[in-house]
Structures are given as C-alpha cells and as structure tokens.
Design a protein around this ligand. Structure first.
Ligand code: ADP
Ligand code: MG
Length: 225
C-alpha cells in the first residue's frame, strides 16, 4: 500500500509538471505555426519544406494536447449526461474522416442511457478509440452501446490489422506506439479517463481480423472522485 501511495503521489506531481510544461509549450508553438504558414505563402519554391514543418508542428501540438489531458485535471465536473449522445456526437464529428478514408462507420444503440460523467473527457476517450480503429486500416468500424449488469458497455469494433497478444500487454504505456506518426499517449489518456469514471477498458484482438475495445462505465452514481 505504501508503495502504491508513493506511486500515486509521484503520478500527481508528474501530472502537475506536465500541465505546466504543456501550457508553456502551447504559446510559442502557436506563434511558430503562424510564422511558418506566412513563410509558406511567400516562398512557393520551398512550400514542400514548410508543409513538413507544419506537419511536425501539428505533431508536437498533438503530443502537448494529450499531455494536457494526462496532466492532473484541475476540476472534473461530473454531470448527468447521455453517454449515447456523447458517442453519437463523436461519430458525427469523425464521419467526414471516415468518408475520406472509405471507412463505413456504424452505430448500434439500444437506448441512450445517462450517467454522471465528465462529458469532455468521454468525448476525448471515444475519439481516441475510434481514431485508433481508423488507423488500423479498417474498412468498417462499428460502435455498439448497451446496458448490462449495472454498466453501460460501449464497444468499438474494427476489422483492421489487429494486434498480437504480446502487444496487448503494452497498451496504455506512455509513448508506446508502433505508428510512424503516433504519440503513444492516446490509450494512456483513455485508461486514465475510464479509471476516473470508475470503469474498465479492455481490448480483444486477433491479427488480421480486427480489434474490439470495450469501455464499461458504472451506471450507479459515484460519490467520491
Ligand atoms: P498511437 O495511436 O499514437 O500509436 P495509442 O496509445 O492510441 O497511440 O495506441 C498505442 C498502440 O496500440 C498503437 O500504436 C497500435 O499499435 C495499438 N492499437 C491501438 N488501438 C488499435 C486498434 N484498434 N487496432 C490495432 N492496433 C491498435
Ligand atoms: Mg491513438
């Protein structure tokens, strides 16, 4: 227990540090991006290099954004909200991206149950899971939501590349990524969000067949956060 306590203290100190650093990085990053965009417009010959620079700036921005979510949240506001509606909103947000990549996005719901939750965090969670499904070369991503045994189950199923068993054990480790442009923070953030809701996140996967990510969120009000 003492070991665990020290571990959680360390994590919260790290969280505060990450939040501070991430905020400080955001501002110069935004200004850098503006100047690169300006140069790109005035120097058409080198436009390609500026595009690469902008891509890399976006990449840093993504990492910083995820660090901010990871960082100790200032104040989580839990409100009664429909998880189903949140999932629906996320899918509407990602539909253009699915169309662009020729991915069929399917939503199956059986009511849109409400629970006490942090809407913004859940939104971030589902974006992370659905984006991973897109990035696994899936042609179909199916999101199913249903109630069972006091939990709301949200399953994100894809028919993409899948994962070998060995990789499953590393999911959620900070910076664990096998993608060329990955941050390896998406699932770290995702596990953190599910934990904050007293829920569970599990993965089942088969190489060449696809992956199912399942989020279980307790329906019962939780009093302590
Ligand atoms: P990133 O997406 O930046 O790589 P994540 O934390 O979101 O970081 O995911 C970590 C790794 O888990 C990914 O690089 C990928 O190898 C694996 N992964 C996650 N979701 C899926 C999925 N749906 N299908 C296949 N692999 C996945
Ligand atoms: Mg990801």
């Amino acid at each position: 227990t003492e070991e665990r306590l020290r571990h959680s203290e360390l994590l919260s100190t790290l969280g505060e540090l990450a939040a501070g650093v991430a905020h400080e990085i955001r501002n110069p990053l935004t200004s850098l991006k503006g100047f690169v965009q300006l140069l790109q417009k005035s120097d058409l010959q080198q436009a390609y290099y500026y595009t690469i620079m902008l891509d890399e700036l976006d990449r840093i921005n993504n990492i910083v954004g995820e660090l901010l979510v990871l960082a100790k949240p200032q104040q989580l506001v839990f409100e009664r909200e429909s998880v189903g509606q949140i999932v629906k909103d996320v899918l509407a947000l990602l539909q253009p991206q699915a169309n662009f990549h020729g991915i069929e996005l399917v939503f199956e719901e059986d009511g849109l149950p409400a629970i006490d939750c942090e809407g913004n965090q859940l939104k971030q969670l589902f974006i992370n899971l659905v984006k991973n499904a897109f990035e696994a070369n899936a042609t179909m991503v199916k999101v199913m939501i249903k109630e069972r045994d006091g939990y709301i189950s949200i399953r994100v199923q894809d028919n993409g590349c899948g994962m070998p068993p060995e990789r499953l054990t590393h999911l959620g480790e900070p910076f664990f990524s096998v993608k060329e442009k990955g941050t390896g923070l998406g699932l770290t953030v995702s596990y953190r969000i599910v934990e904050a809701h007293g829920g569970k996140l599990t993965f089942t996967s088969e190489v060449g067949e696809g992956t199912v990510a399942e989020v279980l969120l307790p329906i019962k009000n939780h009093t302590s956060v």
